[in-house]
Design a protein. Structure first.
Length: 299
């Protein structure tokens, strides 16, 4: 049975974009993925994004992606939303991945803006519509122009929101003004995709987070969103400020790199990275330990 959702929070409130554990020789570690998924849900996540950028989706095969979705569903699918990242810069490929994820039992889809080929807004509209038309699953858009090169304009978001299965947006645009207008006009469930802006985005209408730092501070993120919902601005601000060193430290370099290092420091499944990503240096690891400790993370 899929976890409970509402139209306002179709994927819950606190989700972590999960890394993909690998074995020492670089193979997919399905046992590690199941153990990590269970740990993250036990910590308080309502859902997990698998096969996203943080899951090293650019360097995993379609077969590995399917195996990972199935493994995570087996581990936590009865108590958390398992959302499959299916976004590519090829609409047909994205549709194929979406249909495979649906057959595997995924609860929803995360569709990133097509990257590198820089389509116009009409191309984005048709791309996301084709994905949403291809399955019966709810879709979360992922707007991250810093990686994709193209933002989803507010007008496009409003048009996409008319589709019955496009229900949410993961916002990594870093623009609170544009987010405010888009939330008000589109009615989409809004999820912060930028950990440093979790609290500010809640203040303009976001319902929750799709987090990277959730790998190490999920209880704090849940306390933050609950304080905000309770109207306790002071407590929410205090939690936000407590986590500032973690937000900073986890993004001193590429987030997958630091996340896998942090998980390894905690004795949790992570494993190596696939090129072109590389491990932290000894100096970078020492700095990460300082940053995490300053934010209250136990190593």
């Amino acid at each position: 049975m899929a976890p409970i959702s509402t139209p306002q929070t179709p994927f819950g409130r606190v989700l972590t974009a999960m890394v993909t554990p690998f074995t020492a020789d670089g193979a997919l570690d399905l046992d590690g993925a199941q153990r990590l998924a269970a740990h993250l849900v036990d910590a308080g996540n309502d859902g997990l994004i698998v096969n996203g950028t943080t899951g090293e989706s650019p360097t995993t095969s379609d077969a590995e992606k399917d195996q990972l979705v199935r493994a995570v569903l087996e581990a936590v699918g009865d108590r958390a939303h398992v959302v499959a990242g299916i976004g590519t810069n090829d609409t047909r490929h994205s549709v194929d991945l979406a249909r495979t994820a649906e057959r595997s039992g995924a609860h929803g889809l995360l569709a990133v803006t097509p990257y590198y080929n820089k389509p116009p807004q009409e191309g984005l509209l048709r791309h996301f519509t084709a994905i949403a038309d291809s399955t019966g699953l709810p879709v979360m858009l992922y707007d991250i122009p810093g990686r994709s090169g193209v933002p989803i304009d507010t007008e496009t978001l409003v048009r996409l929101a008319d589709h019955p299965r496009i229900v949410a947006n993961k916002d990594a645009k870093g623009d609170l003004g544009r987010a405010s207008w888009a939330i008000a006009q589109s009615g989409l469930a809004w999820y912060s995709g930028d950990d440093m802006l979790n609290l500010p985005l809640l203040s303009v209408g976001a319902v929750g987070f799709v987090s990277v730092v959730g790998h190490v501070v999920t209880p704090d993120l849940r306390a933050l969103v609950e304080a905000h919902l309770d109207g306790d601005v002071q407590k929410a601000t205090e939690i936000h400020q407590k986590l500032l060193p973690v937000f900073t430290g986890m993004f001193r370099t590429q987030g997958v790199i630091t996340t896998k290092a942090a998980l390894t420091l905690q004795g949790l499944p992570a494993g190596p990275l696939r090129l072109p990503l590389v491990e932290l240096t000894a100096q970078e690891t020492a700095q990460l330990k300082i940053d995490l400790a300053a934010g209250g993370v136990q190593l």
